[in-house]
Write a protein of this length. Structure first.
Length: 171
């Protein structure tokens, strides 16, 4: 089944995405984060795309794996200091980074999350550190095969595809 990216228009087979380990893990992670952060995160990850090629699934998985622990913890560490990073801070920071790119203040492709973390560290809402549960507590961290409460249709569909793949492998 062919799918088309709503952001860039690229076409890919859903079967191929599920068969590729890093692509499947990336889809699973995005589905588990859910909410308004997902769109901001996807757009932010696009800033790492090299100008003459696509962002590889393995690079995307690596970038998300670097961010996910801090998103789940609801705090970041920058220059030896801890800063609260609730969902609102991440959403704000993703928008600020994208605005900086659009206004020409930020050169892409990005090499690290440093600029994003600087924005979160300077976020005006930094008053208290509270751990944040992704997706309002209805999802678990992105671990393929783990049990979790029912969540979005996307998560359920990816889980069903994963189970079908496992059934075919054992048949």
């Amino acid at each position: 089944m062919k799918t088309r990216c709503p952001c860039c228009g690229a076409e890919n087979s859903l079967d191929a995405l599920i068969a590729h380990e890093q692509a499947r893990q990336s889809l699973w992670t995005l589905a588990n984060i859910g909410g308004p952060m997902t769109q901001g995160l996807v757009r932010y990850l696009g800033l790492f795309r090299p100008s003459k090629s696509a962002l590889s699934a393995s690079r995307m998985a690596t970038l998300m794996a670097e961010l996910l622990p801090d998103i789940q913890a609801g705090q970041i560490y920058r220059n030896g200091q801890s800063y609260p990073a609730p969902v609102a801070a991440w959403a704000y920071a993703f928008n600020e980074v994208l605005s900086a790119r659009d206004s020409g203040r930020l050169k892409t492709p990005l090499k690290s999350h440093g600029y994003l973390y600087e924005i979160i560290a300077g976020w005006a809402g930094n008053v208290a550190s509270v751990p944040v549960s992704i997706n309002d507590g209805t999802a678990t961290p992105a671990i393929i095969g783990s049990s979790r409460p029912l969540g979005s249709k996307v998560v359920d569909a990816v889980q069903q595809l994963e189970e079908m793949k496992n059934e075919q492998a054992t048949a």
